[in-house]
Each structure stands twice: as C-alpha cells, then as structure tokens.
Design a protein around this ligand. Structure first.
Ligand code: TYM
Length: 360
C-alpha cells in the first residue's frame, strides 16, 4: 500500500481514493457470501434502557437484520468514563445483552459482544487519539452537556470518549452507523478521523455514514419535552423497557402536555408531539389516521390509549428479557461467540492501522 504524498498533511483529504482490498476484512459470516453492507452500533450498559434507545436505535437494528451484516456492541469502556459501581456495571452489561436479544436481535444473524472483550478497541483509540485535535474534542456538544459546570472534574476518558467511539466503528470497516440524533456529531468526527488517517497513512478505514431516521431519532423526556429522554433524567422522565404496566400508565398520565385541546402532530407543541410520535412508532397507523382517531377526544383518552399501546409493545420484550436474564451462562456464551466471530475483523484493521503509522 503506497502512502499518498505528504506535502500538506492537514489539507483536505482526497475523498476520491478507494480502499486497498488487501485491508478489506473478511465478512463476519460465511466467507464466500457476497459482502452485505455492514452496520456497527453500540449502547452503554448504564442500566435502564429506555424507549428512546429503542425507538431511536434498537428497533432499527432488529428491523434491518436481514439487510446488513450486523455488529452490535455493549460499550462498557464508554460506561466507565463516569464513575460506576463495579458490581452494577457487571450486572448492567448482562442486562443489556439480555435486552439486545429480547428486542429481537437473533444471535445467528447479529454479532453482539462486549467492547472490553476485544482489546483492539482501546489500542486503536490510542492511535486515533494521536491524530485528533483538542479543538475537535472541544467542539463536542455531548461532552459539554455531560461535564456540565464542573469541567475540570470530568475524566479525561469522558473528554476523549468520541475517539473511542470512532475506534469502535472504524475497527469493523462499518458502512453505516444506526444511531439516534444525539450521536450525529460523534459519527461526523469518526468520518473526519477516518479521512485524515487515510490521507496521512494510506487507505486503511472505510468512511462510515450515519444512519439516522427522520422520525424517532430524538425522543424527548416525558416531564420536560425540551430535553431529550435520557437514562440520567429523573424517574418520571423516561420509560424503561422493563417498566411494569402500572408504572407505564402512571408515567404517561403525568407526562407534560400543554393547555390546548387538539391532538395533532404539531412540532410547535413538543409535549403532545413527542407522545404522538411514540404512539405512531409503536403502532401501524399513519399520522392522519391517528389524528382522526383522536379528533374531538381529550388528552386523558389519548394517554390511556398510548399507555395501552406501550404496554402491549413491551410485554413480549419483557417476557423474552426475563428468559434471557434467567440464564446468565447462556448470555455469556452468546457474548463470547459474538466476540470470537468479530475479533478477526478488528485484528486485521488494527494491524493495518499499526503498519500505516509505522508501529509494525
Ligand atoms: P447511548 O447508550 O447513550 O444510546 C444508545 C442509542 O440510543 C440512542 N438514543 C436515543 N434515540 C432517540 N431518542 C433518545 N432520547 C435517545 N437517547 C439515546 C442513541 O443515539 C444511541 O444510538 N456513544 C453511544 C454509544 C456508542 C456507539 C459506538 C454508538 C459507543 N460506540 C459506536 C454507535 C457506534 C452512546 O452513548 O449511546
């Protein structure tokens, strides 16, 4: 592989160059199968997977399983960028594995594994960190939000978090990254780092595209529709996929709406718009049909119908979740198998990156 001329190392990378087939990893599944596009995504094992994670990301992982070559990660190294209780982290890692399978990922068609089980993530993150500028990291809005006022108290890991995320994606030569809207900036940084690396050291990484859906990519907090739903919000701000029926009804009943009466999709009314979006995504009706169904009805009736719909959607997920949770040995076996299948892809990419930089 010949490196491009390095007269202007920081000039705009040449986007027209093609990947060297020598660094093309083998498909994760059958060696002779035509290569499908590959998706990579990850979720933090920080407890309480919520309906925003499901509607913005997980549900698409499941729906598109046959279309893609699928790699999904439990990003425990990302989780420790903020303080974690070790026992809780261990439990949350298995819980997320159980949830991945409970929402419908098929271990035969999707590779699910734990980030820290493949050391190449941390190694590539170091290499990529050495071509990332402080300016780029300073522009990351999620760091600003998570670090808050106490910026100097935040960990260096939280600051370099997006570099590790870029390593996750680039290691597997992913074509696309299905995520919610809050991860868009991180995927853009990943693309920048891939292009910069390829320009400086020769074609090594595929430049991935974000896969962000138009509807559901940003589900808002139930108690404050100006904020996105998140695990760190208060109890009544999110709906966990494990919430019992009575908890779902209570949270929906308390969800913030407005003082108007009509039940219509109007983005200027973020509370009711958010609830209607959840109703739309969990059901089969069009927006017009939903508006017709609730014409002349009040928020109370709509909220009751929404509660029923959420409970019906969660019921089969919770049933499968309980089955997986009851068999931790099987979960560990599935995670180990997932890691073994994808490990060679990560190893090939890391080796190519090290060669490119001059480390091997
Ligand atoms: P995390 O664990 O915060 O969220 C997991 C996925 O859920 C999406 N999401 C939402 N979608 C819609 N509405 C919401 N309110 C909402 N909240 C979260 C997120 O966009 C994400 O897709 N940095 C990532 C994890 C990660 C990753 C990766 C993702 C690490 N490496 C590589 C993709 C590729 C994160 O913290 O997601």
């Amino acid at each position: 592989m010949s490196a491009p001329t390095r007269t202007k190392p920081d000039a705009k990378p040449d986007r027209s160059s093609r990947r060297d087939p020598a660094t093309q990893p083998a498909p994760a599944t059958k060696a002779d199968a035509p290569r499908r596009e590959r998706v990579f995504s990850g979720i933090q094992p920080s407890g309480n997977i919520h309906i925003g994670n499901y509607l913005g990301a997980m549900r698409h992982f499941v729906a598109d399983q046959d279309q893609f070559d699928n790699i999904f990660c439990i990003v425990d190294l990302h989780a420790i960028t903020v303080p974690q209780d070790p026992a809780e982290l261990r439990a949350a890692t298995r819980e997320l594995a159980a949830m991945y399978f409970a929402v419908g990922l098929d271990p035969e068609r999707s590779n699910v594994f734990v980030q820290s089980h493949i050391a190449a993530h941390a190694e590539l993150a170091w290499i990529l960190g050495c071509i990332t500028t402080l300016g780029q990291l300073n522009r990351m809005t999620q760091f600003k939000v998570k670090a808050g006022e106490e910026r100097d108290e935040a960990s260096a890991g939280l600051f370099t978090y997006p570099v590790l995320m870029a390593a996750d994606i680039l290691l597997y030569q992913a074509d696309a990254v299905p995520v919610g809207d809050d991860q868009r900036q991180h995927v853009e940084l990943t693309r920048d780092l891939a292009e910069r690396f390829n320009y400086r050291f020769g074609e090594t990484f595929k430049v991935p595209r974000p896969l962000i859906r138009e509807v559901g990519a940003r589900i808002m907090a139930l108690d404050d529709p100006a904020k996105k739903m998140s695990k760190s919000g208060g109890e009544v701000s999110y709906l966990a996929l494990t919430d019992a029926a009575d908890v779902v009804r209570k949270k929906i009943a308390r969800a913030t709406t407005d003082s108007e009466r009509t039940i219509v999709f109007d983005e200027k009314r973020p509370g009711i718009y958010n609830l209607l979006t959840i109703y739309e995504l969990l059901g089969t009706q069009s927006r017009a049909e939903i508006e017709a169904e609730f014409a002349g009805k009040g928020y109370k009736e709509f909220k009751a119908a929404l509660g029923d719909q959420i409970i019906a959607a969660l019921e089969p997920i919770q049933r499968r979740y309980a089955t997986f949770q009851a068999d931790p040995a099987e979960l560990d076996r599935l995670l180990a198998a997932g890691a073994e299948r994808v490990r060679p892809i990560a190893a090939a990419t890391l080796a190519a990156a090290k060669r490119g930089v001059g480390l091997a």
